[in-house]
Write a protein that binds this ligand. Structure first.
Ligand SMILES: N=C(N)NCCCC[C@H](N)C(=O)O
Ligand SMILES: O=C(O)CCC(=O)C(=O)O
Ligand SMILES: [Fe+2]
Length: 328
């Protein structure tokens, strides 16, 4: 939702990253400052940049570079890891296969999800059972990304601890039954130059306006290309322009429900009007797949006493999105 913000705040979260797991951190001034900045950012823009997050800039760049190399491969090569219902919707999607609000998106992508073994979660996760499809080339792709995912999971867990404190909740509010076994999603995305897309397939938007589905998103975007736009309350689109070495973070639908709307996700979209192919790698940190998320009591009390949202099972929310996101 967001206010009439004109810019997206940048937060140096190093005090949080260094101290949040330390039992003696209560009262640490640096950390409390970060918590206050997170609270402001989540109430206002619903978006913030983080630096001081501990992920090295060379690693962030390498992840975008292997992604770019994959998308440069011939179509037949990319289709070897094609996304299908049989793969649990994991794998490669060509430009136009993802649709948002009925319109094809001008991006290609690889979707990776937490692997789900057959039978886990019963019928709930049936459509998404499976393990990830990794390409043979670039050869270090799998190992590099598995490591990246593990680092981002831990970073997200720490930021969610900060967000818990920002809401006035217990430190571990997003652990245990809510997100102690957080489902993760990785989308490696390429936005071609408009002129390179055949005219009859072309629309004007890289990814249509949407909110993200879970708790927290961390976007690692190409330097120098302005394309991610965030909508403020007046309906103006504010650029989340690249800030090298940072992640662009935003909150998702599950945090809205849990907090009874104290924090709301913000609509955003991607338009690549630049003369360069743009790569971004979005990591989504979500609730437990089977978590039934509903407004918690202390947030309801702060917001008039009435639950504004119905209970949502995260996995149902995700499956419903995934089943309607693609034309294949
Ligand atoms: N997990 C996330 N957020 N994926 C981003 C895709 C958003 C666009 C999608 N077609 C939609 O309409 O939701
Ligand atoms: O490419 C980007 O910068 C953001 C992509 C995005 O919003 C998403 O995949 O949910
Ligand atoms: Fe998004």
């Amino acid at each position: 939702m967001g206010s009439d913000f004109k810019a997206i705040p940048l937060i140096d979260i190093s005090p949080l990253v260094e101290k949040i797991d330390d039992p003696a951190m209560a009262g640490d001034e640096g950390l409390l400052d970060v918590v206050r900045m997170l609270d402001d950012a989540c109430r206002e823009a619903g978006f913030f940049y983080v630096k001081g997050h501990g992920i090295s800039e060379p690693l962030m760049t390498e992840v975008r570079d292997v992604t770019r190399k994959f998308f440069q491969l011939p179509r037949e090569e990319k289709l070897k890891i094609k996304m299908t219902p049989q793969s649990g919707y994991r794998g490669y999607q060509r430009v136009g296969e993802n649709v948002t609000k009925g319109k094809p998106d001008m991006h290609e992508a690889i979707d990776c999800y937490t692997p789900i073994e057959p039978g886990r979660y019963g019928d709930l996760a049936k459509p998404m059972e499976g393990s990830n499809l990794w390409p043979d080339y670039p050869s270090n792709f799998n190992a590099l990304l598995e490591n990246y995912i593990s680092l981002l999971r831990d970073l997200s867990r720490k930021i969610m601890r900060g967000i818990a404190l920002a809401l006035g909740a217990p430190l571990d509010a997003f652990e245990g039954g809510v997100a102690g076994d957080a489902f993760w999603v990785l989308r490696l995305i390429g936005y071609p130059v408009s002129d390179d897309i055949p005219q009859e397939e072309r629309t004007d938007i890289g990814c249509g306006a949407h909110t993200d589905y879970g708790l927290l998103t961390l976007v690692n975007q190409d330097d120098e290309i302005c394309a991610l736009e965030v909508r403020n309350q007046s309906g103006e689109w504010i650029y989340a322009k690249p800030v090298p070495g940072t992640f662009v973070c935003n909150i998702g639908d599950m945090l809205k429900v849990w907090s009874n709307g104290i924090y709301q996700p913000t609509l955003h979209r991607v338009v690549n009007n630049s003369p360069r192919y743009r790569v971004s790698v979005a990591f989504f940190y979500e609730s437990n797949f089977d978590a039934a998320v509903e407004p918690v009591e202390f947030c309801r009390e702060k917001t008039g006493g009435v639950a504004k949202y119905e209970k949502v099972v995260y996995g149902e929310h995700l499956v419903q999105k995934v089943l309607t996101n693609f034309v294949m």
